[in-house]
Write a protein that binds this ligand. Structure first.
Ligand code: SF4
Length: 295
């Protein structure tokens, strides 16, 4: 490690890559190649790493992603059970139609874990890449839910209002996402040449913007439904020198890989766990930049 670590109050978000795959091949997926060979994947090693991160930052957020977290409910339960209730827990899922697990079993899982899961983020894109469970099923999920929609390349913008109406019926908020492999420090806050932002502004009511060094959210409203347009950088470490001349690696996301290895970034950099035990905390720099985001 070249610099001491700094992170926000509470700790960097810990994203856990589940040790089992999804059955899909979304064109924008950059995780898929990591699941091509499952040699070395270990549920036990992941749980050990979850415990390590809980000990260092007992109030950080955890995110489960994949692969498909709901493809093995038993393993997911074991990982969830390793996380004390001091943490917020998010699950990124397609809530898929699966040969081995029924939709009712997945709904039951959400009922059993409604106190443990802060929010289930469900991918539903404008173009269908996976076999989706019906919207009526999503509406029955027992914990809070949000729809995630990547607006990828030449997406059919004219279908956006119809798409939003689909979830308005159930009052499920929608988060549109920029393809983050395309995000740069220069275009993160750039508005005029951002086609997605311009499309959303022309169809929905713009309400406000919040953001930090790493990511932001443009907030919109449509018939009372809260929508966000989210942009984030493709890496999660910012190197910055403070007023005393000390240069820090400022960590936003920590990753637990499928084999239990802990990384300090999405880009394959291992975390120096012992150094992270002495991490310096700063206030979270996420703040409202204009307008309102609570409505
Ligand atoms: S469902 Fe998720 S993990 Fe699977 S291919 Fe699509 S984006 Fe990738």
């Amino acid at each position: 490690m070249s610099n001491p670590y700094k992170t926000r109050k509470g700790g960097a978000t810990v994203t856990v890559f589940v040790p089992y795959d999804c059955q899909n091949n979304c064109p924008f997926c950059i995780n898929k190649r990591e699941y091509a060979d499952c040699t070395g994947f270990s549920l036990d090693a992941i749980i050990e790493s979850i415990r390590t991160m809980d000990a260092i930052t007992p109030c950080c957020d955890f995110v489960f992603t994949g692969g498909e977290p709901l493809a093995n409910l038993e393993a997911l339960q074991q990982m969830l059970d390793a996380i004390p209730t001091t943490h917020k827990v998010y699950i990124n899922t397609t809530f898929p139609v699966q040969a081995t697990t029924t939709l009712e079993e997945m709904l039951d899982f959400t009922r059993r874990n409604r106190e443990k899961i802060t929010c289930m983020n469900i991918s539903r894109h404008l173009q269908k890449y996976v076999e989706e469970s019906p919207d009526e099923v999503i509406a029955q999920i027992a914990c809070p839910t949000r729809i995630n929609c990547v607006l990828y390349k030449h997406y059919p913008a004219h279908r956006l209002p119809e798409y939003v109406e689909r979830f308005l019926k159930y009052g499920i908020p929608v988060q549109f996402r920029y393809d983050y492999t395309e995000t740069t420090p220069e275009n993160l806050y750039e508005e005029e040449n951002d086609r997605i932002l311009q499309d959303l502004r022309s169809m929905f009511t713009y309400k406000g913007l919040d953001g930090c060094r790493m990511r932001n959210g443009f907030h919109f409203e449509y018939k009372g439904l809260h929508m966000t347009y989210h942009k984030t950088l493709p890496y999660s470490t910012i190197v910055e020198t403070d007023e005393n001349g000390v240069t820090y690696d400022i960590l936003y996301d920590i990753v637990i890989k499928q084999n239990g290895d802990i990384h300090s970034d999405w880009t394959g950099v291992p975390l120096d766990v012992e150094a992270y035990r002495h991490v310096v905390f700063e206030p979270y720099d996420l703040h409202v930049i204009n307008g309102t985001i609570d409505f």
